[in-house]
Design a protein around this ligand. Structure first.
Ligand code: ADP
Ligand code: MG
Length: 352
């Protein structure tokens, strides 16, 4: 497997940077998810790596090789798009074989070898016996498996997947996610997987790169991203967080009218605190307990959650209720903050 390195890689469309002088190092054999909102430059970055787009700035390396000016067909990348670009008039087997058959004669494997390889790939993507079907006779999930087999047929150095499961329903997506992870473990291609679905990225990838406006906000393991967000943007983008405007001073913050002591690091003045349901623990009143008004109580599957507010004008946050809790709408509840994700608000453009 080969490393992919982007150094100051940039692409401008109509005066706006779609990819903004990006540095990124993908390790050999790694499955890296590119996660970001719509328009953050994920597809453009993938197309730059594939050679379907030429950069305006920077360099791209495959291993030690400078691939910046390499033509797309010389890069040996496998590409799978959201909308299965299978050839409708070809059978599944012929779709998979396509990339091998269009090679110039001197690099084209003999037909028997192509057949053998197609058989292997049908096996790998668990579509044994479906080689003679046409794409129209397959489900959406099966078509994406054919698309992946076709991308793998040419023995790519790098696998690029652009929201490959985006058009499928939730259950099929979950199944394909596990399946792709399994294939990745067996084949070990360096893989870039684009998604705007955080659950997908966090479950599937070795590491996740968070993109925002063409820039890399953070790259790290799913645990890094969730537990140690590097920027306010990341803290707000992953993990169902609610952003509260607070006032920080060394060792304390004020939420509405309530001061509590927490580690504030080097944050002071106007700040943003990101709270997820699991960050709050219902407790008795006491020092550093926050008091909140219960706005609503809801059952979410086996658990019950309450929407609570720390003061007038502050957005509601969710808290998981203990099984024994009997609180109702309008009650006052006390909670303790068990995780602190606090960012200074003074730097502009930080929070998307
Ligand atoms: P994502 O895949 O994260 O949704 P894209 O890479 O598709 O984001 O787009 C990033 C930005 O670049 C967007 O503002 C988009 O409108 C712009 N863009 C992408 N491709 C083109 C293009 N071919 N021409 C003009 N603008 C483009
Ligand atoms: Mg896209």
């Amino acid at each position: 497997a080969v490393a992919i390195t982007a150094q100051g890689l940039g692409k401008v469309f109509n005066g706006t940077a779609a990819v903004d002088r990006l540095d990124l190092a993908v390790e050999p054999g790694e499955l890296l998810a590119l996660l970001g909102p719509s328009g953050s430059g994920k597809t453009t970055l993938l197309r730059l790596v594939a050679g379907l787009e030429a950069p305006d700035a920077g360099r791209l390396l495959f291993g030690e090789e400078d691939a910046t000016r390499l033509a797309a067909r010389q890069r040996r990348v496998g590409f799978v798009f959201q909308h299965y670009a299978l050839f409708k008039h070809l059978t599944v087997a012929d779709n998979i074989a396509y990339g091998l058959r269009v090679r110039p004669r001197r690099t084209r494997p003999p037909e028997a070898e192509i057949q053998r390889r197609v058989g292997e790939l049908l096996d790998l993507v668990q579509l044994n016996g479906l080689g003679k079907r046409r794409p129209a006779q397959l489900s959406g999930g099966q078509r994406q498996r054919v698309a992946l087999a076709r991308a793998l047929a040419v023995e790519p150095r790098v696998l690029l997947l652009d929201e490959p499961f985006g058009a499928l329903d939730a259950q099929v997506r979950r199944d394909l996610r596990r399946w792709l992870r399994d294939i990745h473990e067996r084949t070990g291609h360096t893989t870039l997987f684009v998604t705007h679905d955080q659950e997908e990225a966090l479950e599937l990838a070795d590491r996740v790169a968070i993109l925002n406006r063409g820039r890399l906000e953070q790259i790290g393991t799913p645990d890094d991203i969730l537990d140690r967000p590097a920027t306010a943007f990341v803290a707000g983008f992953v993990g169902e967080a609610v952003r509260l405007a607070v006032e920080a001073a060394p060792g304390t913050i004020r939420i509405g009218a309530q001061p509590i002591s927490i580690p504030t690091g080097d944050v002071s003045g106007p700040a943003a605190l990101f709270i997820r349901p699991r960050d709050l623990l219902v407790c008795d009143d006491g020092p550093d307990a926050l008091s909140a008004r219960v706005i609503a109580v809801r059952r979410t599957g086996p658990a019950r959650r309450a929407d609570i507010s720390f003061g007038p004008g502050l957005p509601a946050v969710e808290v998981e209720l203990p099984a024994t809790s009997s609180v109702r709408k309008g009650d006052t509840l006390h909670v303790r903050l068990t995780a602190v994700r606090l960012f200074s608000s003074s730097r502009r453009g930080d929070d998307g």
